[in-house]
Design a protein around this ligand. Structure first.
Ligand code: CP
Ligand code: NVA
Length: 316
């Protein structure tokens, strides 16, 4: 079971593996845009288990798997026996005998770790309370497409120190860039919860303008993540000064990009003028979920595939 390649958090892969994934995503995207078939996962099945809502994650995995020649099955935990008390360990045993790869969106990271420990096939984290590694895979690929390598660059994270923020922090350690974080008091980064090994790759700022200063990328996310809705009113009050607005973008580098994992609340965490403005690359970012996850599916199932290699069934 040790040889199964899970993707449960960003720190599961090395920089060399990310370099490979970004290169494969670039090739897979170009082939797809050129209408050339690439079906290396013919007859393979992805099972997607959702315990929280999704638009992008479901669509990008389902479309991506089909484009690779495979198929995807959507399992809402409400309709499965998990909801009626079947253990995660038993579910993992059964589901992984009928599928080739599993994607899970759930609450606690511990659930996905337990599932992976009993799965015969690779398990991919499609978002937990703690992490969202597929999102940052797409975000960094998008940055590279627009601005080149991310090594040595500065990312400003404005807002909640949530699953997406934690994953940016892990990525900074693996890929060697910096994250400048500004959160309201009481919502600061917890390095242990983020799964960090040190503090060399990030700094916390009380004033969001200071975090944004000279940044190469400014990014944020909703003030209230899924599962924390009971805190909505308190969070709206606490985060009111943490909106990414035009002034904040002016403090960043003139070349700075703006990203948001979506869905967005315009007028809360970001001003409409920013997310709909010229520095925003949020639609590329969303589309790249699909291309990068296709590279990820290829990698966890087939390992290192050479650029020129084609499946005999690809029919190009
Ligand atoms: N960014 C993201 O994961 O979106 P969904 O919640 O729509 O999947
Ligand atoms: N932090 C958000 C991300 C949604 C894609 C959440 O967990 O709800």
């Amino acid at each position: 079971m040790n040889s199964v390649k899970h993707f449960l958090q960003f720190s599961d892969f090395t920089r060399a593996e990310y370099d490979h994934l970004f290169e494969r995503a670039r090739w897979i995207k170009a082939e797809f845009k050129a209408y050339r078939k690439y079906w290396p996962l013919c007859d393979r099945t992805l099972v997607m288990i959702f315990e929280k809502a999704s638009t992008r994650t479901r669509l990008s995995f389902e479309a991506g798997m089909q484009q690779l020649g495979g198929s995807a099955i959507y399992l809402n935990s409400r309709d499965s026996q998990l909801q009626r008390g079947e253990s995660i360990e038993d579910a993992a045993q059964v589901i992984s005998r009928m599928s080739d790869v599993v994607m899970i969106r759930t609450f606690e990271q511990a659930m996905i770790e337990r599932f992976a420990a009993h799965s015969r096939v690779p398990v991919i984290n499609g978002l937990t309370n703690e992490y969202h590694p597929c999102q940052i895979l797409a975000d960094i690929f998008t940055f590279i497409e627009h601005r080149g390598p991310i090594q040595g660059k500065t990312v400003a994270w404005i807002g909640d120190s949530n699953n997406v923020c934690n994953t940016w922090l892990q990525a900074a350690e693996v890929l060697d860039f910096r994250v400048h974080v500004s959160t309201p008091p009481g919502y600061e980064v917890t390095p242990e919860r983020a799964g960090l090994h040190g503090t060399r790759h990030f700094a916390q700022f009380a004033d969001p303008l200071d975090a944004a200063r000279q940044a190469d990328l400014v990014t944020t996310d909703v003030w209230t993540s899924m599962g924390f809705e009971a805190e909505n009113d308190a969070r709206r009050r606490a985060f009111a000064d943490w909106q990414v607005d035009v002034e904040m973008m002016r403090a960043a580098s003139p070349q700075a990009l703006f990203m948001h994992c979506l869905p967005v609340h315009r007028g809360e965490e970001v001003a409409a003028a920013v997310i709909d403005g010229p520095q925003s690359v949020v639609w590329d970012e969303a589309e790249n979920r699909m291309h990068t996850q296709k590279a990820l599916l290829e990698y966890v199932l087939l390992g290192h595939v050479d650029g020129a290699q084609q499946n005999p069934q690809s029919g190009t």
